[in-house]
Design a protein around this ligand. Structure first.
Ligand code: ATP
Ligand code: MG
Length: 392
């Protein structure tokens, strides 16, 4: 029935002089996601609108799904296009549209018309009135409601006539690549993929780092993280995932430091290594899935001490979220089912029974001082032996 989508984009429409940069980025991203599926697609930008025309061997559901992965897209509207002739023909087309798209409809409605091509004989207002009338005559169970209609028929008169009434919600946000890059500390849990998604939604390109501790953590635990990165990549494009072997560093901390400080010290070393790769990638910050008070290592005191190990800004988009809110987003973005697979994380193997909940920076630094001699070499090895995977 359809072969065209109108793409609604909200916020990027108001970016002043930079507007075309955002629109170009959006159109480019749309082209990229559609290149992965069958069909021939043409993405056109015209006067503040983006249209996607579909031809060849394309599939409606698949196309909508792909468009739903593009940040910046607020709504996806399937549009019926009719040849533009005279008002009488337009009325027939309107009836054709209503009977195909909303058969047996009893809703309240409103017609909104826009005459872009001024050679059409009726003004926008006149067109809306004439189409409203013809709908009422032919669909006696429908009623006009101009204030809160259940159905809004948008009619645009251009070189052709465009009619649509459905808006499938997109993710919103800003097109990927319009806001620099950042390094996501990606574990296999529920939170960090959501934190990455939320940051990427604002246009930030993601790189990622994962710390594993073989043989204490399994290959399956690593694969889970690769899978999570691949799920995120549907929204962001390919993600460069650095996989760091953290075992020797963890064992060394375990041998030398008070056990209740293990987690916090380990987290500080994670920050340092993440920052190394972040600099290499040209990232402007680190991203974690922490939220205040969720666990001992996420108290305000712990976050303070963790932060002190990094010199880059650390972004924590989930800071004020409850677990339920995070779970809801992870379901929506498709990472939840993978995140709950029961594989061990390196943070949970060496964990103390009673970790400090209010660490004090100088105390932690004193414990770390005991590691000094040997840890530099271990850090260097961890960095040199890290594996780079491209998740897509
Ligand atoms: P998540 O669900 O994201 O794993 P969490 O509630 O389990 O979070 P922690 O284990 O304390 O919390 O980890 C806090 C944050 O530290 C994570 O959100 C993630 O950003 C980072 N992190 C933890 N473990 C790892 C790891 N093995 N590799 C990379 N980053 C990690
Ligand atoms: Mg975790």
């Amino acid at each position: 029935m359809y072969n065209t989508f109108l793409i609604k984009y909200g916020e990027i429409g108001i970016k002043g002089d930079n507007r075309h940069l955002f629109e170009d980025a959006l159109a480019k991203r749309i082209r990229t996601v559609l290149a992965h599926i069958g069909g021939e697609f043409t993405v056109r930008k015209t006067r503040g609108r983006i249209y996607v025309s579909c031809a060849g061997d394309w599939n409606y559901e698949e196309t909508v799904t792909q468009l739903g992965h593009v940040f910046g897209v607020v709504g996806i509207c399937p549009v019926m296009i009719y040849e533009r002739r005279d008002p009488e023909q337009l009325k027939r087309d309107m009836l054709d549209y209503v009977s195909k798209e909303h058969p047996g409809c009893r809703s309240t409605f409103k017609v909104k018309a826009r005459r872009v091509d001024k050679t059409f004989p009726l003004t926008s207002m006149e067109t809306a009135a004439a189409l409203g009338e013809v709908i009422l005559q032919n669909f006696p169970e429908m009623k006009v409601d101009v204030h809160e209609p259940e159905l809004l028929f948008d009619v645009e008169i251009r070189e052709e006539v465009y009619i649509y009434s459905k808006i499938i919600p997109g993710p919103g946000g800003m097109p990927i690549g319009t806001a620099g890059r950042a390094m996501l500390l990606l574990s296999g849990g529920i939170d960090s993929p959501v934190a990455g998604w939320m940051t990427a939604k604002r246009g930030v390109t993601l790189d990622a780092v994962y710390f594993h501790a073989p043989p204490y953590t399994s290959e399956r635990a690593k694969q889970k993280v690769v899978d999570l990165a691949a799920q995120l990549a549907k929204y962001t494009g390919p993600i460069r995932l650095h996989v760091v072997n953290f075992t020797d560093i963890q064992l060394h901390i375990y041998d030398e430091c008070p056990h209740e400080e293990l987690t916090i010290i380990m987290r500080r070393y994670m920050m340092r290594i993440a920052e190394h790769f972040a600099r290499e990638e040209g990232d402007l910050g680190l991203i974690t899935g922490e939220s205040i008070g969720q666990v001992a290592s996420q108290t305000m005191q712990s976050l303070y001490v963790t932060d002190a190990a990094a010199s880059m800004p650390v972004y924590r988009p989930l800071i004020g979220f409850d677990k339920n809110d995070i779970v809801e987003i992870s379901r929506k973005i498709g990472t939840y089912e993978t995140s709950i697979l029961p594989y061990e994380d390196c943070c949970t193997i060496f964990v103390a029974r009673h970790p400090v909940t209010k660490p004090i920076l100088p105390v932690i630094e004193r414990s770390e001082a005991k590691l000094k001699d040997s840890i530099e070499g271990l850090l260097k090895t961890a960095i040199e032996t890290a594996e780079l995977l491209i998740a897509k």
